[in-house]
Design a protein around this ligand. Structure first.
Ligand SMILES: Cc1cc2nc3c(=O)[nH]c(=O)nc-3n(C[C@H](O)[C@H](O)[C@H](O)COP(=O)(O)OP(=O)(O)OC[C@H]3O[C@@H](n4cnc5c(N)ncnc54)[C@H](O)[C@@H]3O)c2cc1C
Length: 456
């Protein structure tokens, strides 16, 4: 591979200031904040336009060098650490909010727009509209999060963020620019169908099918007031009926479960937080009264949340990292798995056991997507980044969690390379055939984030 030539050609595409092969800068792109193995990379580029992305991918095909798209780089499972080195395409310069369609309620964004940026823009210009954001740092991209089936405070009502996508502009692995969804034939990016729906090809495929340059994401009305109804219980066995009954009321905006060994007052309890919204306080009071009754009838105790706790939990996003870093040293694996409701109690119990086995303070929880259609159970394994044994400890906890998830019939979310292989080992053989066939057709040089979803 002629690295000097590639470097000069990349400079010609994006300009000298936006390509680097400096070891110090490359180092930052060879790691992520989770426990995944680092891998050295060759170049990082920051394109400004779709045409530049297209030219980068065409160049990568010419030299058969790997390309890994990156948003905020905060997925924590090594998905933007290029296994074979090559070019990391950092999308953060593509940060225009192209259009807010107020009436059809969608935002058309370049792929580098962050969740914090969109949230702030809506608050200033369209205060009656909102976007569902993850409880992640506000520097993560709306695109990166939607592409990994992320979730946030509107996922109970409207599903995971991948399902909120209306359309994509994508640079395919051959460098050609393609549109999927209504934008393929209309000026309006308002729907995925009624044409064959290819958006799913690009979600949870971790940059292996192309580089997304624009997305349309759904926006939702924002209610004037919002509050939460806090409850506690000790035995996980109450979870299925409690969630079934709470969701049957259709009163909730969001529903979270949590179980933490720290702070001390949380130890030994599982807590449920049901978020409610309305036009005024009176409406919230009515909803709260109904939910209190359901909590009591189904094995949970209502608790008035102290103002400090209430304020933390009402933030959008919540500051989740604060709870996770019990170990100190700044590392935590934040993993999740999608489960059917009937397996959530066992998954949470076993997640807590895995934490204890590895000497980690249990920190886990769940978010309900739709009226119990899917439950995302999340596990956090903190580690000391300066201690290699402790990093390995978190990796082992992660591996046990993936095994447990697959055994219970769940699916690991945003799985690191090893988890992806565990999924592929269990998956229907013809699913594998389909995946391999599509991938080989689209990316015959295997340049797009290789190693991920690799059918061996
Ligand atoms: C404290 C903390 C709390 C969190 N809480 C949540 C939460 O509540 N909900 C949640 O969903 N997540 C949560 N996360 C996980 C994670 O941060 C987010 O999901 C994050 O939004 C991922 O977005 P990103 O921009 O960092 O994606 P990246 O890590 O940059 O990318 C994710 C994947 O998408 C690919 N990709 C990125 N951009 C493109 C593109 N333009 N084209 C093609 N492929 C692309 C990458 O190659 C990678 O495979 C949390 C993380 C932290 C650190």
């Amino acid at each position: 591979m002629n690295n000097e030539k590639i470097f000069t050609e990349l400079q010609d595409i994006v300009g000298k200031a936006f390509v680097s092969n400096d070891p110090e800068e490359l180092f930052l792109y060879s790691i992520d904040p989770g426990a995944s193995e680092p891998h050295p990379i060759d170049f990082v580029v920051m394109p400004r336009t779709t045409e530049e992305v297209s030219a980068i991918v065409k160049l990568a095909n010419k030299y058969k060098i790997s390309v890994t798209p990156m948003g905020g780089g905060l997925t924590l499972s090594g998905l933007v650490i290029p296994v074979n080195g090559g070019i990391v395409v950092d999308m953060k310069r593509m940060d225009s909010i192209v259009e807010i369609n107020r009436l059809s309620r969608y935002a058309l964004l370049e792929a580098g727009v962050s969740t914090g940026q969109l949230q702030a823009y809506l608050e200033e210009h369209y205060p009656e509209l909102q976007v569902s954001v993850p409880d992640a740092p506000p520097t993560v991209t709306v695109t990166g999060n939607a592409l990994i089936h992320g979730s946030g405070f509107l996922s109970h009502q409207h599903g995971d963020h991948g399902s909120m996508l209306n359309g994509l502009e994508v640079v395919l692995p051959n460098g050609e620019i393609c549109k999927v969804g209504s934008c393929a034939l209309s000026d309006y990016w308002f729907t995925r169908g009624p044409i064959p729906d290819f958006i799913g090809l690009f979600t949870s495929s971790f940059g292996t099918m192309g580089i997304i340059t624009k997305i349309s994401i759904k926006l939702y009305p924002k209610a004037p007031v919002r509050d939460l109804v806090f409850g506690l219980f000790k035995k996980s066995k109450v979870i299925p009926e409690l969630l079934y009954k709470v969701t049957s009321t259709e009163l909730a905006e969001d529903i979270l479960l949590g179980a933490q060994g720290k702070p001390d007052w949380m130890k030994g309890y599982i807590f449920i937080i049901t978020y409610i919204t309305g036009k005024n306080r009176e409406e919230l009071d009515k909803k709260e009264k109904k939910l209190k009754k359901i909590y009591r009838k189904n094995g949970a105790r209502y608790m008035k949340a102290p103002p400090r706790i209430r304020d933390i939990f009402l933030e959008k996003p919540q500051f989740a990292a604060k709870a996770a870093d019990f170990r100190k040293g700044g590392g935590f694996e934040y993993v999740g798995s999608f489960f059917p409701l009937e397996k959530v109690a066992e998954a949470m119990d076993r997640g807590a056991e895995i934490s204890k086995k590895y000497g980690i303070i249990p920190t886990l929880g769940a978010r309900i997507f739709g009226p119990t259609h899917t439950v995302m159970v999340f596990f956090s394994y903190s580690f000391n980044r300066a201690d290699p044994d402790d990093i390995q400890n978190a990796r082992n906890a992660l591996h046990d969690t993936n095994e447990m998830t697959l055994e219970l019939g769940g699916i690991p979310w945003k799985g690191e390379l090893r988890a992806q292989q565990m999924i592929l080992e269990k998956i229907n053989p013809n699913y594998k055939y389909l995946l391999k066939t599509i991938k080989e057709q689209l990316d015959p040089n295997n340049i797009m984030n290789p190693g991920n979803w690799e059918v061996k």
